[in-house]
Design a protein around this ligand. Sequence first.
Ligand code: AHG
Ligand code: MN
Ligand code: MN
Length: 335
Amino acid sequence: MNNVTVLDEFIIKRQSEFPFASGDLSKLLRDISLAAKIIHREVNKAGLVDILGVTDNTNVHGETVKKLDEFANTQLLNALQVSGKCCGIASEEEEDFVVVDNEVSKEAKYVVLFDPLDGSSNIDVNVSIGTIFSIYRRVSESGPCRLSDLLQKGAKQVAAGYIIYGSSTMMVYSTGHGVNGFTLDPSIGEFCLSHPNIRIPEFAKTYSINQGQFLLLADGLKQYINYCQETDAATGRPYSMRYIGSFVADFHRNLINGGIFIYPASTKNPEGKLRLLYECNPLAYIAEQAGGKATTGQERILDIEPLTLHQRTPIYIGSAGMVQQAEAFLNPTAE
Ligand code: AHG
Ligand code: MN
Ligand code: MN
């Protein structure tokens, strides 16, 4: 195990490079990574549930078995509520935001938003899923957290990241100084630095979109998809289409190998499908920190002023050159 940097050590080392850092953000990141290890453990035995004798949502011990997305939600809520460093939480699985108003937490500086389990339709078929998180400094001065603390534009994030439960479990995050990835070694229960300073290639040969919705898309996007499918040796087209149906997993592949992921507006979903606060902002932050780009097709994702907790947005995210090219098809008259 020579030369292995584990996540906790990395976080503490980074913190010591900022002399005025209080350690609160570091604590939050460590709490999230601990919840992630517990979720990893449960995700990895998901397929065993049936043969371990679960009936009517009750396991052999007479305990109620929760759906994994509820389980993940509860783990993260618990971890953050006891951390003492977070005064408010919003989750894709909760209708309203949660005010953490115990004595230690109500004056805490940070709020955390998350999608506890992304790609949940893939749980039962053993395909990669993930957890996405986003951290902001509160804007209210003191007292219990308010909605305005959570409705901040993505550019204000102080940290964001995700955990992917895939062929291995990885945590990828940024605090605004580049992106680093850590792979969980289950034998020692530690996230180990495996992907330092991730940079997304500017151009690549993968596009990711639910192409089953082709007929519901805007003409400019249809033309971009046709462009991806044309043969052109100089640009390496046709590109390959890859679509897992878990945003985290599609994003992660494109972050490492390059590519563009699109969840567009369509006649079926005029606002797109993905949630601005829990899915798009954190991954847009990671994309930009890795040298990539994330837009609605018109506007930078991180500049959107959110109006509601569960608002949706179309998203074009990934390799900067590819996002720009897709935008040119959408807005042919733009300069
Ligand atoms: P969630 O499981 O958190 O509800 O998110 C599912 C999302 C996202 O992960 C994925 O990219 C998208 O749904 C897939 O949607 P389509 O099936 O419409 O392509
Ligand atoms: Mn999701
Ligand atoms: Mn989800």
